[in-house]
Design a protein around this ligand. Structure first.
Ligand code: FAD
Ligand code: SF4
Length: 480
């Protein structure tokens, strides 16, 4: 529900709808490709007020609120921002989201809140995602934020995985007064916020400042602990935890087993490439300390957001020619158009209907080229996407000294293999109720990418919050 009802506002909707639009300011491509700093230039308070004042305040529930997986009260926040009440607007976002400064930056706005804004029909939608990030950054800088805590209940919950799902769950459980401990296989908290999404989309400082809020709320973090290897979920119950939330994501890179040479020096998996390319050595596990060797000609294989991040990272690491190889057309690409547009502006070349079939070594044994075959689109598959079909004798060579495989992700089977009675389905995804995160094991809840498969920060965070509410109910029920 909108906390500031749109009917109560005396505004001229027609003139608002015709107000000129000024787009976000971005750093110029020729400047930004030489560093990893954020590409979007933050709103000034004046610009934020002008942009928010374009909102025409649709009747409740506004389409943007419905489209936002967190159901943020966007119209009320726009009203507060337009009046200059930035901190009140930030407080509104904190009511429905555990990571507003992050979602405001990395959500595919054009498919969610902004995509459903009614101004799309005749004008340009409100930049509501970036206004969200602006208000929450503003509050943090000017006032700081303290997670509001209920009196302690004495109940202890273990969270496995410190990514958006685990963090959404931890935020809410702490607010309900439960004691929260996060077990994480990596040295530092963040999941893909730290070990995946590059700095130019999400500056690491934004994440580290966010993490301080969790620490101040008393959330305990135990890093370098791989549940399923170092200890099991049964061990956690034996240690006295009253409930467990699994938010381990889906982080095993898909392989390209049918193409020979995919293990040549110079061929990287996307996660390894992004993490070693973007993350400070001191935050990396020891086995990732070896520096990346990147050549002048880089080919990235895949069409999702991870592929866009690899393309743009390659440019920033000094590659002179960066090419995306994708086996369908741009229309079928799963990644967001926003990141693809930025990559193209930065000089990335896209080669569509191109399927790599063999990685070719030079005399020194390193990658020298990729043999590809031309594709055409055939009949639609079960999901309605047209299948790519190879054109006979259309093979050609793409020269490159570095290749990155950004082909998607699978869930890690270690938890399900070591947890009796935990049901999984397709490719090892954990079976959990959508609304509550309840799994087949009493007291064990789950959410995020390990349940849905690779998705978004906001959907994982929301799943963690929903599970927290179900865990709270479970813990308050006698006899559990
Ligand atoms: C390169 C890249 C770019 C992306 N860009 C965007 C974007 O721009 N916008 C967007 O909305 N989404 C983006 N995503 C998707 C988004 O990051 C994920 O959907 C989201 O992080 C999922 O959250 P999660 O908590 O389920 O999993 P994760 O973020 O993967 O976190 C899971 C955590 O669990 C830990 N873990 C795993 N197994 C164990 C274990 N057995 N024991 C202990 N800990 C364990 C992992 O180390 C990790 O820290 C991107 C993904 C990638 C890979
Ligand atoms: S969480 Fe994402 S979808 Fe929701 S308002 Fe913020 S940017 Fe838009």
């Amino acid at each position: 529900m909108q906390s500031i009802p749109s009917e109560s506002l005396v505004i001229d909707r027609k003139s608002r709808a015709n107000t000129p639009f000024y787009d976000l300011d971005l750093r110029p491509p020729l400047e930004r490709i030489y560093d990893f700093s954020e590409v979007v230039i933050e709103f000034s308070p004046e610009r934020a007020m002008v942009e928010a004042a374009r909102c025409i305040h649709c009747p409740d529930p506004a389409a943007c609120m419905v489209a936002c997986p967190a159901h943020n009260d966007i119209p009320s926040a726009m009203w507060l921002i337009e009046q200059g009440h930035f901190i009140d607007a930030a407080n509104l976002y904190h009511q429905t989201s555990s990571l507003p400064e992050i979602c405001g930056r990395v959500c595919p706005h054009e498919q969610l809140c902004q995509g459903s804004c009614v101004l799309n029909k005749k004008q340009t939608p409100i930049l509501c995602g970036w206004l969200e990030a602006f208000t929450v950054d503003y509050k943090r800088r000017n006032e700081g934020r303290v997670i509001p805590l209920a009196p302690p209940t004495g109940q202890r919950v273990a969270i496995i995985g410190a990514g958006p799902a685990g963090l959404g769950c931890a935020d809410q459980l702490a607010q309900y007064g439960h004691e929260v401990t996060i077990f994480e296989s990596k040295p530092i908290a963040g999941g893909l916020l730290l070990y995946g999404i590059p700095n130019f989309k999400l500056p690491k400082d934004v994440w580290f400042e966010k993490w301080e809020e969790f620490e101040r709320a008393g959330v305990r973090f135990i890093g370098n602990t791989y549940i399923g290897k170092n200890k099991t979920i049964d061990d956690l119950f034996q240690e006295g935890f009253d409930a467990v939330f699994i938010g381990v994501g889906a982080e095993i890179d898909a392989k390209m087993e049918d193409a020979s040479g995919s293990n040549l020096p110079g061929v990287y998996e996307a996660t390894d490439f992004l993490v070693r390319g973007n993350v400070d050595l001191k935050f990396l596990p020891h086995e990732m300390h070896k520096p990346l060797k990147i050549g002048k000609k880089v080919a990235v294989i895949g069409g999702g957001d991870t592929a866009s991040d690899c393309l743009r990272t390659a440019l920033r690491l000094g590659a002179e020619k960066v090419t995306c190889l994708y086996r369908r057309t741009e229309k079928e690409m799963p990644g967001g158009s926003k990141d693809r547009k930025l990559a193209a502006e930065e000089g990335v070349e896209f080669r569509f209907l191109t399927q790599p079939i063999r990685f070719i070594a030079s005399e020194d044994g390193n990658l020298a080229a990729i043999e590809c075959i031309q594709m055409v689109l055939g009949e639609p598959d079960k999901k309605g996407r047209r299948k790519p079909v190879a054109v006979e004798n259309s093979n050609f060579i793409v020269e490159c000294d570095t290749a990155v495989l950004a082909l998607g992700y699978w869930p890690d089977p270690v938890i399900s293999k070591t947890t009796p009675d935990l049901e999984t389905h397709d490719w090892g995804l954990i079976s959990a109720d959508k609304a509550t995160g309840k799994t087949s094991r009493p007291g064990v809840f789950s959410g995020g990418d390990c349940v849905t498969g690779p998705d978004l920060v906001v959907t994982a965070m929301v799943a963690g919050r929903k599970a927290a509410s179900a865990i709270d109910e479970y813990l308050r029920t006698p006899l559990n």
